[in-house]
Design a protein around this ligand. Sequence first.
Ligand code: RB5
Length: 149
Amino acid sequence: MKIALGSDHGGFRLKSEIIKHLKNKGIEYNDFGTLNEESCDYSDFAVQVAEAVAAKEYDFGILICGTGIGISIAANKVPGVRAALCSDTFSAHATREHNDANILALGERIVGAGLALDIVDTFLNSKFEGGRHQKRIDKIADIEKKYCK
Ligand code: RB5
């Protein structure tokens, strides 16, 4: 499994914890930045991770900012991306099972590191259920086709 990671300054510390966690588990990853806690713009990192995930260069993306909101909004502008902001483990498995989410977004100022790592594990270990959910994903793709020209 290959993971694309990105954050702004507001998510840098949590991203560092997630990197340690992925390393411990032997999961391959690439950190697209930011590389320190200097103020920067979350959209710059969201777009890099989102494009790499949409191009299927990675299995999943993980994006972190202060709230997880800005970075997930930005990532969801890239066609083919379904970024889900999760602050609990139920949402983390439900969004994989029902929405086939390909990017997990987290807010460093919202969830503690312990919960965040459980959310990461839950997200990465859950599977899309297909069936009735596929039709709904296809309708999201139709919206992209209508507006993303
Ligand atoms: C940065 O201060 C903060 O606005 C950003 O990390 C994020 O929370 C935006 O949604």
